[in-house]
Ligand binder design. Sequence first.
Ligand code: UTP
Length: 491
Amino acid sequence: MLNIRRSNTFQHSALGILHFDPFRQAPRYMNPTDLIELVEKHGQQHLLAHWSKLSPAERESLEEQIRAVDFEQLEKLRTGESKTVDWSETAARAKSPPAVRLQDAAKHAKEAIAAGEQALKAGQVGAVLVAGGQGTRLGFDHPKGMYPIGPVSNCPLFQILFEKLIAVGRRYGVRIPLFLMTSPATHDETVAFLAEHGRFGLPEEDLVVFCQGTMPAVDRATGKLLLAEPGALALSPDGHGGLPAALARSPAASIIRERGLVHLFYFQVDNALVTMCDPAFLGHHILSGSEASTQVVAKQDPAERVGVLAEIDGKTQIIEYSDLPAADAARKSADGSLELWAGNIAVHVFDADFMLRMTAEAGGLPFHIAQKKVPYVDEAGKLVEPKEPNALKFEKFIFDLLPAARKTLVVEVDPAEAFAPVKNAPGSKTDSPDTVRAAILAQHARMLREAGTSLADGVEIEISPLFALDAVELAAKLGQGAHLTKTAVLK
Ligand code: UTP
């Protein structure tokens, strides 16, 4: 709360930006001396530049936001003082990680699928969907899960993901709870959208929505915190690595315990092709005794902008593409293939115990720094829309949990079957809505072919997960030898 001591310090303070005593106009805020001292101490006086024009509620909220900032930590992050890893040196020691490669996966598929299915049938599996990102590259003004992506149906990403989850639950005769992480940027709209659509059929008791924390954005050159509005800091979600802390703050952690969940299937809101609660992946995780497993795809080109799983000093971890020196990215194994081949697709299985253990240590995950364009209000109160990255954003990444796991596993999957993320704006060559729609149609065309169905020329078929999850289900529904002559959604 505000300190309401009255003193003269304010009028004589070094706050050159405040030309008059704004607090005189609002008796409740007679003299927040220690707030002024706090911002002065850290060279952040500009944060109070618009104080005189703020309502009491706005002042209270701005003060709360300012007091929540760890200024020392931000400065250390900005100046690189708290940098823990020298990647150029570490990447030189990175080796190809132990992994279940695609060809081996097929060999052991039966055994793995059986183990995964057993866990699913026993109700040991919960799903964790992270959907707190701002989706800046996509340029969509709503949470990414609301993005219309169905190639024929135009249905939103959320619908595809929710229906996949419901379909997997039905197949194994269980209800799989979904733990959905939002952020202040996505929470309200996500909750309203899901309510409006009846959670696409997911029972209310099976959806636990919880909100992640935020970090302030700072000016890249000066370290000054940016104001999104005259009375609000520019805050961004603290990264998908904010998950353990967010779980701990919400009822989700105790619900995981109460429901007796053993394995958490983690996925991201933008991957329309995710193999939901993939039994084979779950099975490999279980059979190997891993605490944290990761799906990967084989990199084709050293320059691909994807993090790589690598073994470093006996531990499997991820090196972000921005941290990986080009020479290491291009390093070859004896057989001529890329040594650091294992591209992260951000699909994991975590042991529930491991995740809950991590909630206690969540604060320990390092921050990664990204340079971004962050609009801000300047001292004259004008909104500035930068054309070039002007700010630093600080995010934690979920994969930084990997080194803490007693055992990890890497499992390769075929991207055509398991990975099509919506990252970039329509029209972009990669990871755009267009490429994702094409990937969904291609997968569904393969399923139809495998099910013995043929398509007339130019016909596009989208298959709702509730209609069929795979070719076997599809064949059972359509019968052998069906011929489809019209573009349609099978649902
Ligand atoms: P990305 O790192 O691709 O970020 O998120 P983004 O917000 O979707 O897109 P850009 O980078 O701004 O364009 C990968 C996944 O992690 C989630 C996203 O919602 C997405 O599912 N995420 C990201 C969070 O849940 N919280 C965050 O703070 C960041």
